[in-house]
Ligand binder design. Structure first.
Ligand SMILES: [Zn+2]
Length: 89
């Protein structure tokens, strides 16, 4: 703890004081690493992909069923087509 002089009125005050006790001029406070915004962004980054991923997987799961059925139909007809070609020979 040290004493500093106010830049406006030169009053001695603690360097830890937030403001000059005489004139109220805000004291210089060294910039501290602000973890609050970082933490907020991090939480949003974790929350957003989680719910969007769940919705994405649900949509993907629903969309996969007709896709697999369609692929099965294509393979079934292609297989029958080539089988009939082979049978004619
Ligand atoms: Zn002052």
């Amino acid at each position: 703890m040290a004493l500093v002089n106010c830049a406006d009125c030169q009053t001695e005050m603690s360097n830890l004081a937030l403001a000059c006790p005489k004139c109220g001029r805000p004291n210089y406070v060294p910039a501290q690493p602000s973890a609050e915004p970082m933490r907020k962004v991090t939480v949003e980054d974790i929350d957003m992909p989680f719910f969007s991923m769940v919705a994405f997987m649900l949509k993907w799961g629903v969309a996969t069923v007709p896709a697999i059925l369609g692929l099965g139909m294509i393979w079934f007809f292609l297989g029958g087509f080539f089988a009939s070609l082979v049978a004619h020979h």
